[in-house]
Design a protein around this ligand. Sequence first.
Ligand code: PLP
Length: 338
Amino acid sequence: MPVSLYVDGSRWRQHLRAAAAAYPGIVPVAKGNGYGFTVGRLARRAQWLGADTLAVGTYAEVDDVRQRFSGDVLVMEPWRPSRPDIPYDSRLVHTVGRLEDLAALGDRGDHPRVVIEALTSMHRHGLSADALASVGRSPYGVRLEGHALHLPLGTGHVSEVEHWLARCPADRWYVSHLSDTELAMMRDVHRDIDVRPRVGTSLWLGDRGALDVRATVLDAHPVRRGERVGYRQRRLPRSGTVLVVSGGTAHGIGLQAPPAAATARQRAAAVAQGGLDAVGRALSPYVVDGRQRWFVEPPHMQVSMIFLPVGCAVPRVGDEVELQVRFTTTAFDAIHIS
Ligand SMILES: *Cc1c(COP(=O)(O)O)cnc(C)c1O
């Protein structure tokens, strides 16, 4: 009995087209769990969208997209000499984050295609401005496709972008996490530069209204206050129904990504919404009769037990209930695109 993702196909496709139009030169990003859709499915969608380049997160993902997407594949994980040698591939574009790696790729003799990542205020991967400026436009032994800027979330990137463009001239810049306005400004000020936005979330998940996640009701048991249930034989504080639903740790249910909340207040709100209450109960992502319901105990591998108090309308076995998930941490059993 599956955890299913239902996609309103025409609405989703309409959004994808609109997003592609809003980001000229878009490089769709397909990585990880494919934002819930799987990397392979996103590769086919990128082909359908007419993108000329698709970005993947790691070398391991290249095989998932090669047969489904006919354009260039940009690997965003920086190339390292320790990785197993891959034969030259005219469609593969490497990302380089250190001068010594650039030199090592250049020494290979087959002129691999590379994008050089700048070490932005993210401090994840990349060359310093001095190092990148020293590389110039035609580094030894490689075919330089452009430079890349991976910026933090939010806005206020303009001065950082300008700093890099002034210090390190390049014909093409791949950019991540610039706002629409920042992209428009960058294009306007630098008409001679090919600006290529790398976009995942706001492309694939940009219209949540087109996406509906449902779990299946597997069983429903009336219970009395004080009865013990579950692996942990906890006593129920109230009478009602224990609902057994599909979805467990294997689907990523109950495994929240760490909250990104920056302030104490945001953290408190996150706890109230999805975390634990004072007695250690956790609010589940299952919505029944209009409300998110409490877990009876932590989710099992493939099912969860949730509690419905007396008065709550109890769904029937086989019915589907709404599930609020974080798409990047969820593995769906079935994906239906209408
Ligand atoms: C994942 C990733 C992106 C896409 O990020 P979204 O927030 O999903 O759009 C862009 N650039 C890099 C380097 C990434 O790792």
